[in-house]
Design a protein around this ligand. Structure first.
Ligand SMILES: [Zn+2]
Length: 158
């Protein structure tokens, strides 16, 4: 494992617990954000948040960056496929991964990016914040700028 990968686990367990506790049901009714954070906790720290508290094979996500990258690649597919149904909650999860592996600046950049065009500006902010490649794709560039993917795209214009 390289030095870069070690730095993925920049957040301590208590920091992650504190963040989970700071997120209310109002802003995270379905636990998309908190479940993302929960995955980074060991059993000792996760236990208070798990109803029943008996999960013998609980394993924290060992490769947060890899999991985040997989989600990011799926998000790119949702953007290009205009899958509003699938895309809408991805930025919330990517936002927490940005906080976990990219730091406060990465989270803030995503938070400040507008949610438009299936969340494309937020997804691009995620890539930039955590150092993943944003593809040089004209349709993605336009979506991330808040424009239709193509001037005549009927789905973007509807
Ligand atoms: Zn389009």
């Amino acid at each position: 494992m390289s030095e870069t990968q070690h730095r993925d686990h920049a957040r301590t367990q208590p920091e992650i617990v504190a963040r989970i506790e700071s997120i209310s049901d109002e802003v995270d009714p379905l636990w998309f954000r908190r479940r993302t954070l929960l995955g980074a906790l060991d059993l000792e720290h996760a236990r208070p948040f798990i109803p029943g508290a008996v999960i013998p094979d609980w394993e924290p996500v060992s490769d947060l960056r890899g999991v985040a990258k997989d989600l990011y690649l799926k998000a790119l597919g949702h953007l290009l496929g205009h899958r509003a149904d699938l895309a809408s909650l991805v930025p919330e999860r990517l936002g927490e991964y940005a906080w976990l592996i990219g730091g406060d600046d990465a989270f803030r950049a995503m938070d400040e990016a507008p949610y438009t065009r299936y969340g494309a500006p937020k997804v691009r902010a995620f890539a930039t914040g955590v150092g993943l490649i944003w593809p040089h794709d004209p349709a993605l560039e336009r979506l991330a700028a808040g424009e239709p993917c193509h001037p005549k795209c009927s789905r973007c214009l509807s």
